[in-house]
Design a protein around this ligand. Structure first.
Ligand SMILES: [Zn+2]
Length: 338
């Protein structure tokens, strides 16, 4: 947060962390640093673009503070042509004061850039009253359908319950939660009796430290649970395009034969290199094979971590195609094994 009455300072514009690295304390002391870098749109996979753009949000405040900056602004890391600033995690390092940091929506960032171009000495007033409250106890929520042949063998599918509170968290990750619950519900409605136990896991606190995923892995090891696979949906409720899988090559080859079962314009590939933040700890702890559903990614960062991520941003049909694809994938794993 800023001081109670806000702060006013001149603004230094840099593009990225590389940009701030070339600045000296003389340039920056007492000023607000504005990281004005567009989303890395050269990547067809927008998650790569996000990865390439997000470092300044995570480390930009401390890098600037080290040079004497009093606050940091970033151009929101998103693809939306709107004025919804996105939020996300930030890491303060030990070697610099914890200065306030905020994101500007694309339109506001354009406006600020224009003002500073005309008048580099322009001053900006910034007032923020955010705070970090102490942790409280919370829970993963789990539901399961017991396996009829191998009740101790678990096929888990999940997403995360928590969201950044600027929006509803509809795509991130309400969609993943609905994918997981409704995939199992669909199989149940069809009267399907699974061989293995099918488990839907709604992880808590993915966004701020993976606490739910870590606890889940810890308890799985402690209770000697045996997972056939853990599948994650945490990439939005858009039209499903692919699965990713991390496990034995023979399992991947087997899954690639299943492509014939998925209709055109839905899943068209199962690629190596799967998993997700919430199931990563389980994979690490006991080697459980992991997979992820990969929806179309072109619009995800129009909504991600922003006030635009609301229920109306999710298309019902696209969401249902994801659910159906997951249900089919789970069915095939349950029937054919890995
Ligand atoms: Zn998420």
């Amino acid at each position: 947060a800023t001081p109670k009455d806000g702060l006013t300072a001149e603004v230094v514009v840099v593009k990225s962390l590389d940009g701030i690295a070339t600045r000296s304390p003389d340039d920056v002391t007492g000023k607000i640093v504005f990281y004005d870098e567009p989303f890395a749109s050269e990547h067809v996979n927008t998650f790569r673009g996000y990865g390439a753009s997000v470092q300044k949000r995570i480390y930009g405040a401390s890098r600037a503070a080290k040079l004497g900056a009093v606050a940091v602004l970033i151009r929101s890391i998103g693809t939306g042509d709107d004025d919804h600033p996105h939020t996300g995690s930030l890491r303060y390092t030990e070697d610099a004061p914890q200065i306030p940091a905020a994101a500007l929506g694309a339109h506001s960032a354009d406006k600020l850039a224009q003002i500073l171009e005309k008048n580099p000495k322009a001053k900006l007033f910034l007032k923020m009253n955010c705070q970090t409250l102490p942790d409280v106890l919370s829970y993963n929520v789990i539901g399961e359908i017991k396996g009829s042949e191998n009740p101790d063998d678990i096929i888990a599918v999940g997403g995360h319950l928590d969201a950044w509170d600027t929006g509803h968290g509809a795509h991130d990750d309400g969609a993943g939660i609905m994918h997981s619950i409704v995939a199992l519900q669909s199989l149940q409605t069809l009267g399907y009796q699974p061989k293995n136990t099918l488990r839907a896991v709604m992880f808590i606190n993915e966004e701020n430290g993976l606490r739910g995923g870590k606890k889940y892995a810890e308890l799985a090891v402690e209770n000697k649970e045996k997972h056939v696979i853990a599948i994650e949906s945490d990439a939005g409720g858009f039209t499903p395009r692919a699965f990713r899988f991390k496990g034995a090559d023979s399992s991947l080859a087997k899954m690639q034969d299943w492509m014939q079962y998925f209709p055109d314009n839905t899943i068209d590939a199962i690629r190596a290199g799967g998993g997700g933040p919430d199931i990563g700890p389980l994979n690490k702890a006991d080697g459980t094979p992991v997979a992820a559903i990969i929806p179309d990614a072109q619009r995800y960062f129009d909504f991600h971590h922003s006030p635009a991520d609301v229920f109306s941003a999710v298309n019902k049909r696209e969401l249902e195609l994801g659910t159906a694809s997951l249900a089919s994938f789970i069915y095939l794993i349950d029937q054919e094994g890995l």
